[in-house]
Design a protein around this ligand. Structure first.
Ligand SMILES: Cc1ncc(COP(=O)(O)O)c(C=O)c1O
Length: 389
């Protein structure tokens, strides 16, 4: 008899038409300009000091000294730079792993967490793997004002008995929207009133563009888990280090910390070299984040110069690594992306890949080198305008 594989682990992996077309071009060795790529290690953003710090720390990692929360020196460095106390922090191998631990901590199988739509497309699969359901609350766009959370809808969802957590992506991927000052109170009230904890994913926090940055880290009115890590902060996803900062009412944080420590102790997944390197790595963070932000600013300005008139529109982008561009709708989104791939050798993602509720938007990565990004924008403009009847 064939072995059973869990349904939640075997989602349909059939490639879509775009992925097939992309693979065909690759097989024919056709060079495609990729405006979807958000892997920072491919765009000249790696700081040499990062690997040097890792090498130095590796020589100190000869003895295994497990600590479920991560080495104290690393957590002290986080507390010093980010606020809070060393014991508020839990190191993880990635932010994605942090989601997994928190879903396990907060929700029994079949329970749910509220997630923003759009917010970050990987939250749903992470929840599915943890046997947790998701229920969406809307985040709406109005040009030129930007994105706003439907806090009334969120309050309704959070009040459900099965909803154990409210996920906020701050700022969102790909919306780039931070939790606005006037959303913060209703958001906290919705979570607290519904007996749900707040999970605030802040990996794109330092990369503010059209608006100021905002953080929920350290919020003390509701049990709050703020997530961050090196994959965006240092443009170093390969280092595999993230962290959770815990805050909230004292009685709740104490119980949550004890249970989270048990989960962390069960996995002990963080590698010693990167954890020991963290104090040095955090010393590079401001410089690396500033250089990355400069890249984002330049590319966003290019997108605005080339793609923001005559039926084209670059959406407000408060932060993050993605620009959302509304394009003239000569073709349905998937057909347009296929056309761009085949005719202009340009690879862009339609907005629905990121759960955008309305058609006509493309998501462009702001990470590529400025010349490549500008060339991609020019190709995009020419190819779409060339479709005009
Ligand atoms: C909003 C958001 N959160 C978390 C992650 C995952 O980060 P990590 O590499 O630490 O798992 C990503 C990765 O793209 C992201 O976009």
């Amino acid at each position: 008899m064939a072995v059973h594989l869990a349904a939640r682990a075997t989602a349909d992996g059939t490639p879509n038409a775009l992925a097939v077309a992309r693979a065909e071009l690759r097989a024919r060795r056709v060079e495609v300009l990729d405006l979807t790529d958000s892997n920072p290690t491919r765009h000249g953003l790696t700081h040499p000091g990062v690997l040097e710090a890792l090498q130095r720390a590796t020589t100190k990692a000869d003895r295994y000294q497990p600590d479920p929360r991560g080495p104290r020196a690393a957590r002290e460095a986080l507390a010093e730079r980010r606020g809070g106390a060393p014991d508020d922090y839990f190191l993880t191998a990635s932010t994605s792993e942090a989601y997994g631990w928190l879903l396990t901590l907060l929700a029994d199988p079949g329970d749910a967490v509220a997630i923003p739509a759009p917010g970050y497309p990987l939250v749903e699969p992470l929840a599915r793997l943890a046997a947790v359901r998701t229920t969406e609350y809307p985040v709406n766009y109005l040009h030129p004002y930007g994105w706003s959370t439907d806090t009334a809808a969120l309050a309704k969802v959070a009040a459900r008995a099965d909803v154990r957590g409210v996920v906020v992506v701050n700022p969102g991927n790909p919306t780039g929207a931070y939790v606005a000052d006037d959303e913060r109170g209703p958001l906290i009230e919705a979570a607290r009133g519904g007996g749900a904890a707040l999970i605030s994913d802040e990996v794109f926090g330092p990369f503010h563009l059209d608006g100021p940055p905002r953080t929920l880290a350290g919020e003390d009115r509701v049990l709050t888990f703020a997530l961050d890590g090196l994959s965006k902060l240092l443009c170093a996803p390969q280092l595999k280090l993230g962290w959770i900062r815990l805050s909230g009412p004292h009685d709740e944080t104490a119980a949550a910390a004890a249970a989270l420590e048990t989960i962390a102790d069960t996995y002990l997944s963080v590698g010693a070299p990167v954890a020991l390197a963290l104090p040095d790595l955090l010393g590079l963070a401001d410089e690396v984040a500033a250089a990355t932000r400069e890249r984002l600013v330049v590319n966003l300005a290019t997108a605005r110069a080339l793609l923001d008139d005559g039926g084209w529109r670059v959406r407000r982008c408060d932060g993050g690594w993605t620009a959302l561009v509304d394009v003239p709708r000569w073709l349905p989104d998937d057909e347009l992306a296929l056309h761009l791939l085949r005719e202009a050798h340009l690879w862009v993602h339609p907005g629905w890949f990121y759960d955008l509720p309305t058609p006509g938007a493309l998501a462009l990565s702001l990470l590529p080198e400025p010349e490549a990004f500008a060339e991609g924008c020019r190709r995009l403009r020419a190819a779409v305008d060339g479709l005009a009847i």
